[in-house]
Design a protein around this ligand. Structure first.
Ligand code: ADP
Ligand code: MG
Length: 255
């Protein structure tokens, strides 16, 4: 579970400060997706960066489970991120020289863990299991130049799940993809959220095809302009009728 409690973030802007996130409170529960939409420049990426503990908010708290992430120093926040948070950014940042499997395996090395032979075998098995989970079972030995944009985004998602995070944060994963490929990626994030029990926050303009969607917010000028709560029965049961709706099910509250 992740909770943002009344977080505010400003950036320096000439002599004054620009308010990028303005008093946002939001909770994502395990196994559900919280959708975040809003116009460009409205503060969505800033909000995710706060949730990811990459930026400390000016005020407000970030709770990851029972841990107050906003009280941690930089080293502690890095450790928390490596253990408990998975992050998928807009740009794919895969390493050109590595195969799909190696892109995942390298995550553990970055965590500074020493690796015996047994660790290496376990890491390889986990990488292959995750590649299969994202539909890339046959592509483990391919390098980024041999893969499509959609396949690369699947690797990013698999890589973010390597350390079995409680929280998954995904920022506009479909922006470089065509509509069909984009819809597949969104559906994949919904399925993985359910299967792996992550508390997922997903920034995207397209929230259809998402069966674990519990709520969505629309951010305008750093504030929550609209909050939509999905029908709880549909979220927990994964009702098929829930996936293609044009209009949000349940209550829509303008705030
Ligand atoms: P979105 O992801 O919704 O497009 P962002 O969170 O990227 O919005 O940006 C919100 C606002 O903060 C915008 O006005 C943007 O120009 C500004 N901004 C984002 N990052 C920085 C930064 N590092 N320094 C200064 N201003 C920033
Ligand atoms: Mg953004």
């Amino acid at each position: 579970m992740i909770t943002l409690d009344n977080v505010t973030l400003t950036y320096p802007d000439g002599a004054s400060r620009l308010v990028a996130v303005d008093g946002v409170s939001l909770t994502a529960r395990p196994g559900t997706v919280t959708g975040i939409t809003g116009p460009s420049g409205s503060g969505k990426s800033s909000l995710l960066a706060i949730a990811a503990t990459l930026i400390r908010p000016d005020s407000g708290r970030v709770m990851i489970g029972d841990t107050d992430a906003s009280a941690l120093d930089a080293a502690e926040a890095t450790a928390l991120r490596r253990e408990r948070i998975g992050i998928v950014f807009q740009q794919s940042n895969l390493i050109a020289s590595l195969t799909a499997r190696e892109q995942l395996e390298v995550m553990d090395h970055l965590g500074g863990r020493r690796s015996g032979r047994r660790d290496t075998a376990a890491r390889r098995a986990r990488a292959l299991e995750l590649l299969e989970a994202v539909g890339l079972a046959g592509q483990a030995d391919k390098r980024p130049s041999q893969l499509s944009g959609g396949q690369m985004q699947r690797i990013n998602i698999a890589r973010a799940l390597m350390h079995d995070p409680e929280v998954l944060l995904v920022d506009e994963p479909t922006s470089a993809l065509d509509q069909e490929r984009g819809a597949e990626i969104i559906a994949l994030i919904g399925r993985l959220t359910r299967e792996r029990g992550t508390a997922t926050m997903l920034v995207t303009h397209d929230l259809s095809h998402l069966d674990a969607l519990e709520q969505s917010i629309r951010v305008v000028d750093g504030r929550i302009a609209e909050r939509t709560t999905a029908d709880p029965a549909a979220v927990s049961a994964g009702a098929p009728g829930h996936t293609h709706r044009a209009e949000p099910v349940g209550s829509r509250i303008a705030v």
